[in-house]
Design a protein. Sequence first.
Length: 139
Amino acid sequence: MKALNTQEDEFTLPMTPLLDVVFLLLVFFLVSTSFVKPEKSIDIKLPTAEQAARPAPEQQTLIVNVRETGVMVVEGRVLTGYDDLIRTLRRAQKSNPGGGIVIRGDRRVFHNDVVRVMNATLEVGIEDMHIAVFDTEDE
């Protein structure tokens, strides 16, 4: 005959499989996260240049991207027009006086669109202006 057990078995949840799942999820999210800056992620084909100078790395610069269609993008935000560009440049100058600007214009963009960005930069009073090119020496 079977002996009577007066104590009930205590139910416990095994923690090892739960921790395995949590760590696998953590690894998945770390691997799938993208650490690319928004300015560099915009697909722009830069023109080439034989004589290219690099700006100083310690200098804080604002990057203005001009797409082939003439649309301007700053810090991942699409600008609606010239007035929006002026406001953005003024905000950048106020937060970082003495900072420069880098214009990344697509090689197929109209010259007029890049000149508008240059004019806005000078209108705001930013004198440190660079135009990004693809250096042929990097090939």
